[in-house]
Design a protein around this ligand. Structure first.
Ligand code: ASP
Length: 360
C-alpha cells in the first residue's frame, strides 16, 4: 500500500506531466507570426551572368515572389506575404521613395494580423532608409531591413540566409520595441548606429564602436543591448500628410576645398546644409564664410564629420552658439541629413533642432 507522502509525490508528478503536456499542446497550436516582406530591389534581388559574378551583376531583377520561393524554409518560421514596393538599386533611393515606403509600412503595421515587416533593400543606402524609418514608423512591431552583398546567382550568396534571419527576427517577440533593425551576416544592428563599412564583403554592416545589438543564431535572435535614443512611436515626426521633404544637402570637406558646393546649394534653394567636416567637424577658412552666408539666409547648418566615429562637440571646433549652427552629435553626414530634413518639417528654430540631434 502507498504511504500518504508517497501518494502525494505521485499526485504531484501526475500534475506536472499534465501541465507539461498542456503547455506543449498550446505551443504546438500557437500560429506562426505573420511577417510581410516588402521588396525594394538591390543585390539581394540581383542576378549575375555566372555563379562567380560577384561584381558587375545587375541589381533588382528578381521579384518578391521568387525571392520568397527561393527560401522555402521561410514557411516553417512565419506566415510570409510579399509585396513589391519598388524594383531599384538603392543608389536610386530618394525622399519620394522613403515617404511611399514609410506610409506603406505604417499602414501594414496598423493591421492587427501583421506581426512584423522585413524590407529587402540594396546595401548602398540601406542604413539611410533604416534610419528614416526608425524616426517615422509609428509602431513597436519589428521592422527589419535586409540586403545582400552577393547577387542571388552567386556561389555562397548571402541573400537567402540573411532573408531567413531577418524573417526570424521580424517575427520574434524579442525584437518588439527595439526600433528599426538591420539584420545581415548573422548580426542584428540598430538603424541609427549601423553603417556600410566595406564596398564588397558580406560583413560590411557594422555599428563600428557602439557594437551589435545581438546575433541570430540557432534559429532565434539573441539581444544583448538596445539603443538609448528615442525612435518609432517615441519620436515627434509624422509623415502621414507629407508629400515631400525639405531640401537638405551635404557639403563634403577635404584639403583645399572651396566654397563652390555650399554656394551652389544656397543658390539652388536648399533649406539645410550638412557640412561633412574634417576631424571634429572643423570648418576650413575657405568654406566658413559660405556657411555663415547660408545661415544668414535662413538655411540651417549642421556640423557633422566625415570621420565616421565619435561626437562633433558643440562649441568645439567652431563657436556654434555664435554662428547659430547645430552639431550632428555622432550621426554620420548621411544620417544627419535625414534627421535635419525631418526636423525642418517641424521647425526652423536651431535650438529645437539641436535638441532633436541629442534626442534621436
Ligand atoms: N548597388 C546595390 C544597391 O545598393 C548594391 C547592393 O545592394 O549591395 O542596390
Amino acid at each position: 500500500m502507498l504511504s500518504i507522502p508517497a501518494f502525494r509525490n505521485l499526485y504531484a508528478l501526475f500534475l506536472l506531466a499534465f501541465a507539461l503536456t498542456a503547455a506543449h499542446a498550446q505551443q504546438a497550436a500557437a500560429p506562426l507570426p505573420r511577417v510581410l516582406i516588402l521588396a525594394t530591389g538591390g543585390t539581394i534581388a540581383g542576378t549575375g551572368a555566372t555563379s562567380t559574378t560577384t561584381v558587375g551583376y545587375t541589381a533588382a531583377t528578381v521579384g518578391v515572389d521568387n525571392l520568397i520561393k527561393s527560401v522555402p524554409e521561410l514557411q516553417k518560421i512565419a506566415r510570409v506575404g510579399g509585396e513589391q514596393v519598388f524594383q531599384i538599386a538603392s543608389e536610386n533611393m530618394g525622399n519620394a521613395e522613403w515617404l511611399t515606403l514609410a506610409k506603406r509600412v505604417n499602414a501594414l503595421l496598423a493591421q492587427p494580423d501583421v506581426d512584423g515587416i522585413v524590407i529587402t533593400h540594396g546595401t548602398d543606402t540601406l542604413e539611410e532608409t533604416a534610419y528614416f524609418l526608425d524616426l517615422v514608423v509609428k509602431s513597436r512591431k519589428p521592422v527589419v531591413l535586409v540586403g545582400a552583398m552577393r547577387p542571388s546567382t552567386a556561389l555562397s550568396a548571402d541573400g537567402p540566409i540573411n532573408l531567413y534571419n531577418a524573417v526570424l527576427t521580424a517575427g520574434s517577440q524579442e525584437a518588439v520595441g527595439k526600433g528599426v533593425l538591420v539584420v545581415m551576416n548573422d548580426q542584428i544592428n540598430a538603424a541609427r548606429d549601423v553603417t556600410k563599412t566595406n564596398t564588397t564583403t558580406p560583413d560590411t554592416f557594422k555599428a563600428t564602436e557602439l557594437g551589435v545589438l545581438g546575433y541570430v543564431v540557432g534559429n532565434r535572435p539573441h539581444f544583448y543591448r538596445q539603443s538609448t535614443r528615442k525612435h518609432t512611436v517615441d519620436t515627434e515626426f509624422d509623415v502621414s500628410q507629407l508629400q515631400s521633404l525639405p531640401d537638405v544637402q551635404i557639403a563634403y570637406t577635404y584639403a583645399n576645398v572651396g566654397p563652390t558646393a555650399v554656394d551652389a546649394f544656397v543658390a539652388a534653394g536648399a533649406r539645410g546644409i550638412v557640412h561633412a567636416g574634417v576631424g571634429d567637424g572643423s570648418l576650413p577658412n575657405r568654406v566658413k564664410p559660405a556657411l555663415v552666408n547660408a545661415r544668414a539666409k535662413g538655411i540651417v547648418v549642421v556640423r557633422a564629420s566625415r570621420v565616421g566615429q565619435g561626437i562633433v562637440a558643440r562649441n568645439g571646433e567652431a563657436n556654434d552658439d555664435q554662428l547659430d549652427f547645430v552639431v550632428a552629435d555622432n550621426l554620420n553626414p548621411q544620417k544627419a541629413r535625414i534627421l535635419l530634413m525631418l526636423a525642418l518639417t517641424k521647425t526652423s528654430d536651431t535650438r529645437v533642432i539641436q535638441r532633436m540631434f541629442y534626442t534621436y
